[in-house]
Design a protein around this ligand. Structure first.
Ligand SMILES: CC(=O)SCCNC(=O)CCNC(=O)[C@H](O)C(C)(C)COP(=O)(O)OP(=O)(O)OC[C@H]1O[C@@H](n2cnc3c(N)ncnc32)[C@H](O)[C@@H]1OP(=O)(O)O
Length: 238
């Protein structure tokens, strides 16, 4: 999928670039890896004519969910998505390539790594848009909490992601505790001259959950919730 010139290569080891040949001579492909490609249509664009972040988050969440379900073999839900830094906007007509794979499974939760690349079909130029890490949890069954099978890393890259996933999980859980503490403490407010009252930026949206907002589990999914959140955040910021 990547072009030949070195400038087209992403600045990190990409999920697609390195082939790992097994002893049997077969090319190894991570069994949890899922790829989705979408061409950006006007109906996916925001008021600036660029791919709306909400739409991208929906695609990312759906791709990651399929990867989690491929590994677990059961229905999974999005528990959290770590910070995402978007490096580029994406124009209508460009192709979005999303790759997701399970980096590590814990007990009932697993970290899914997501890579978003943008492609210009006419020049085959590709560039990185963002990388994200999401935690998916296998839904409890009648027997109780699911015990996931472990991920066995095969390549050096997979081994590195496997090790880092444990560290990221530790930081994620500490971060969640810190945020809970911050929200429960009474912070002192400071008055600023010409400040806009926070209340004036407040935007509220009420959404009715309709069939197009549901996923294959017939419930709203993380990506849809993030898309609604992104919508009100954009209006509040403007
Ligand atoms: C409302 C929506 O439609 S949002 C879109 C879709 N997402 C959902 O519906 C998820 C809604 N949330 C939930 O169902 C629950 O909060 C869950 C399943 C995520 C967690 O439920 P809990 O009762 O906390 O379960 P429990 O304490 O057993 O934790 C389950 C696992 O999730 C992990 N987990 C829970 N919250 C988080 C989080 N915020 N970030 C990362 N991992 C988390 C736990 O560490 C645990 O992992 P482990 O089993 O590998 O050790």
């Amino acid at each position: 999928m990547l072009g030949n010139s070195s400038e087209n290569k992403p600045p990190f080891a990409d999920y697609n670039t390195k082939l790992f040949i097994k002893k049997s001579g077969e090319v190894y492909r991570n069994p949890t890896q899922v790829q989705m490609s979408q061409i950006v249509l006007p109906c996916h664009a925001n008021h600036c004519g660029e791919l709306s972040v909400g739409q991208l988050l929906k695609w990312m969440d759906s791709t990651a969910c399929l990867s989690a379900e491929r590994h677990s073999g059961v229905s999974c839900v999005t528990a959290s998505v770590d910070d995402i830094n978007f490096e580029h906007t994406i124009e209508v007509g460009k192709v979005v390539n999303i790759t997701a794979k399970v980096n590590r499974a814990f007990t009932s939760s697993m970290e899914v790594g997501i890579l978003v690349m943008c492609e210009d079909l006419y020049t085959s130029h590709q560039w990185k848009v963002c990388r994200a890490f999401a935690t998916f949890v296998a839904r409890r069954t009648e027997a109780g909490k699911v015990q996931l099978k472990q991920v066995i890393p095969h390549t050096q890259m997979e081994q590195m992601e496997y090790s880092l996933a444990a560290e990221r999980r530790r930081m994620r859980l500490i971060h969640a505790e810190i945020i809970t503490d911050l929200l429960s403490c009474k912070c002192q407010t400071q008055e600023y001259k010409d400040a806009v009252p926070a209340e004036r930026t407040r935007v509220e949206s009420v959404e009715l959950v309709l069939p197009p907002h549901a996923n294959h589990q017939v419930s709203t999914f993380g990506g849809q919730i993030m898309a609604w959140m992104e919508n009100v955040a954009t209006i509040a910021a403007r």
